[in-house]
Design a protein around this ligand. Structure first.
Ligand SMILES: Nc1nc2c(ncn2[C@@H]2O[C@H](COP(=O)(O)OP(=O)(O)OP(=O)(O)O)[C@@H](O)[C@H]2O)c(=O)[nH]1
Ligand SMILES: [Mg+2]
Ligand SMILES: [Zn+2]
Length: 358
């Protein structure tokens, strides 16, 4: 698993939390990294002994951890990690998507793609926090913090972590660039960016009276895209997966142009590339029919292709502004395919080359 210099998961090359200025990381030379003992942060940083040596093993046992050498020192995520950020207007379903993902992780089996995904340690706590109503916007003393998921590839026996950053719809309304940068600090370095649009954002106001309308959604997304392209580094575009997630698709059950197979789960093995490819075509046709292509074009400034996902059954909108309502103990709603909430992640894993088809 370690030591032979061949890693399945690509190592991060920059700290996801320090965007301005970016802190670049080199896990082999130690660039950008300070190794500290969390129990004694005042002690001097130490250089790590080479991997695979007995010295290193003893050193690891002492509990040294990688800290960022940026302005504000903080623990670095694992060497092998992917970052995913959710972006969308107020009430577009970000928390609900995160909750459904968390609850459905165990439906990814090694038979699907050689990978299994597990929550870190705090499954219950995380479901609660995703169900706590509208998310507060980030502020300097309360930044958005990621939840960590474990990725495990049983074929090559390697682990990596996935850091999921949820943001608030309110963040999109920030006026100053500084606030904006702060709220989306992990986005420029995210391998997976998910933009959520609920039916209102595609022009279905009657189905989704509380949602942000088409023009506003497009305007807000263009602002994020402008922000990201302005501070983009040459390496980020190639590594990035951008997904337009159509949320609350259960509301399209009576809409003729919406392809109905998306309202039920796929059969095993899920996420077969041929199936995904034909689904992309079907969703593309739906988007064209509702004049959603300009939105796709705007997002394609960040990466191409832009993937689409159809998310349904991650909440119910019945309690008006009650926030995410996904509950793993609920019986499924009529038009529900909550497993599909893992699609944005799977697209990202495939693109990062860490998903092996069975
Ligand atoms: N019908 C339906 N409603 C959903 C679905 N997913 C979420 N909702 C509802 O949409 C509302 C908003 O959901 P949230 O997940 O809190 O939205 P958010 O994007 O986190 O909102 P902010 O934190 O305010 O930015 C809640 O009432 C959810 O129950 C879905 O798949 N179908
Ligand atoms: Mg939220
Ligand atoms: Zn940092």
């Amino acid at each position: 698993m370690m030591g032979d210099g061949k890693w399945f998961f690509p190592p991060r090359t920059a700290c996801a939390l320090c965007v301005m200025p970016p802190v670049f990381l080199n896990w082999d030379t130690g660039e950008g990294i300070r190794w500290l003992n969390p129990l004694d942060l005042s002690a001097d940083a130490v250089p790590p002994p080479p991997q695979g040596t007995a010295e290193r093993e003893a050193w690891d046992w002492q509990g040294f951890r990688a800290y960022c050498s940026g302005d504000v020192p903080h623990p670095l995520p694992a060497r092998d990690s992917l970052v995913m950020t959710l972006i969308g207007p107020v009430g577009s379903g970000k928390d609900s998507l995160a909750a459904a993902m968390t609850a459905k992780l165990n439906s990814v089996s090694s038979g699907d793609g050689g990978l299994t995904i597990g929550p870190g340690s705090d499954f219950e706590e995380r479901l609660r926090s995703y169900s706590a109503g509208p998310t507060d916007p980030a502020s300097p003393d309360r930044p958005h913090l990621p939840h960590e998921f474990m990725l495990y590839n049983s074929k090559v026996r390697e682990r990596a972590s996935l850091l999921l950053f949820n943001t608030a719809g309110e963040d999109l309304r920030h006026r100053t660039d500084r606030d904006f940068r702060f709220a989306y600090r992990a986005a420029p370095r995210s391998e997976i960016l998910v933009f959520l649009v609920s039916p209102a954002g595609l022009g279905f106001r009657l189905l989704d009276p509380h949602g942000e309308g088409r023009e506003t959604t497009h305007f807000l997304f263009s602002r994020v895209v402008d922000f990201l392209t302005e501070i983009e580094s040459p390496d980020s575009r190639g590594r990035r997966t951008v997904v337009l997630a159509l949320t609350k698709c259960d509301k399209y059950s009576e809409v003729e142009s919406f392809p109905k197979p998306f309202l039920s789960e796929r059969s095993v093995p899920r996420w077969r590339k041929a199936v995904l490819a034909s689904e992309q075509v079907a969703l593309g046709e739906f988007l064209r029919s509702v004049d959603g292509l300009p939105l796709m074009e705007t997002l394609s400034r960040l990466a191409s292709p832009v993937y689409t996902a159809a998310i349904s059954g991650t909440g119910s909108d019945t309690g008006a502004d009650s926030g995410a309502s996904f509950n793993i103990f609920d019986s499924p709603a009529p038009n529900t395919a909550a497993q599909r909430s893992l699609d944005p992640l799977v697209f990202g894993l495939m693109r990062a080359g860490v998903w092996v088809e069975p």
